[in-house]
Design a protein around this ligand. Structure first.
Ligand code: FAD
Length: 306
């Protein structure tokens, strides 16, 4: 990380990204940092992300209430300081309808007009999801409310491997359809390491007549053990070939980074080759692998010209 930090100026001097981004439209997701040190690192990385000219940056909303305390000030600060449009994540689970409506007004007043509307998850020990009696029950209800207020562009989540609580793939796809019919314009995918599955999901969206932009989510693997934990929680699969690649490789080693770069580069290259025009990177506030993605996309563009 420190290597990246100290090299911001070197990258600039080298003319890194003097050329505009390729046609693939990249959005990059970050989360509110918990310590001043983590915040300083994030701002360094945001400088590099800004140089990559993403079409928007997005800021997650924690289940524990960071929607108001962490997400809002960070989203506003990023948009003001970088000039890159910011999408703020907002979950049904974190607040009452009145609180969410008030927060949306604050976003609008601050010039944040992109929202990623989500249901959210209960705290780990909280058992199955139960809608708050005073809240929006599901993402579709939140989308309806936001669109009803006017002036917002709404994205929603979708699941190439099916949401873990959905009774069936058909139900889940129909849920996506309802969210789009409620006025969302973009479906951002949960990360999925099976690229064929992402491409089949894209076809299923088209077959179901769901009129939205589909944006696959890309998860660079900065730490394989962390991704394994995330995947258990969110239902994303870890293919055997991926587990084999990281088997016995120490976390934080150069080899771990090389394998992770190879995996993410291959996925991004294949998606771009299949005509995917937009991707969403779960940066987890790290810069190295998201910037590798930018380089792959630049190279893919050059390849398509030769
Ligand atoms: P929904 O679309 O409401 O669907 C949730 C589940 O309920 C699905 O299984 C669906 O099929 C089912 N369902 C829908 N309607 C009904 C109904 N009427 N009755 C019964 N079942 C129903 N979480 C956060 O806490 N903060 C974030 O910032 C965040 N950002 C995310 C960004 C992306 C791009 C993605 C993919 C996920 C994100 N999440 C975030 C995680 C998300 O909150 C969880 O995946 C959550 O479990 C589902 O959210 P959803 O918006 O997809 O819910």
């Amino acid at each position: 990380m420190s290597r990246i930090r100290t090299s911001v100026n070197r990258w600039r001097a080298a003319g890194w990204l003097d050329e505009p981004l390729p046609p693939v439209r990249l959005s990059i997701e970050v989360f509110p940092p918990k310590t001043p040190e983590a915040a300083a690192r994030l701002w360094q990385n945001l400088e590099l992300f800004t140089a990559a000219r993403p079409r928007f940056l997005s800021v997650t909303c924690g289940a524990g209430g960071s929607g108001a305390e962490g997400t809002f000030p960070l989203a506003v600060a990023i948009q003001e300081r970088t000039g890159v449009p910011v999408a703020a994540h907002l979950t049904c689970a974190f607040a009452s309808r009145a609180e969410i409506d008030a927060l949306l007004e604050r976003y609008r007043a601050a010039g944040i007009t992109r929202i990623v509307a989500l249901r959210g998850d209960p705290p780990k020990a909280g058992g199955p999801y139960r809608p708050r009696p005073d809240g929006y029950a599901y993402a579709v209800d939140l989308v309806r409310a936001i669109v009803g207020m006017g002036g917002f562009e709404v994205s929603v989540a979708c699941y190439p491997e099916v949401h873990p609580e959905a009774p069936s793939a058909e139900f889940d796809l129909d849920n996506l359809k309802r969210k789009i019919e409620a006025g969302a314009v973009r479906a951002i995918g949960q990360y999925c390491f099976d690229t064929d599955r992402i491409l089949r999901f894209r076809e299923a969206i088209v077959r179901a007549g769901i009129a939205c932009e589909f944006v696959p989510g890309i998860m660079p693997i900065h730490s394989f053990s962390q991704i394994r934990r995330f995947s258990e929680a969110c239902g994303a699969g870890i293919p055997a070939w991926l587990a084999d690649l990281f088997d016995g490789v120490p976390e934080g080693s150069a080899l771990h980074g090389m394998i992770a770069a190879t995996v993410v580069s291959e996925q991004v290259r294949r998606l771009a080759a299949a005509g995917i025009e937009a991707m969403h990177v779960y940066a987890l506030n790290r810069a190295e692998l998201p910037l590798a993605i930018v380089q792959v996309l630049k190279a893919a563009r050059h390849g398509s010209r030769s």
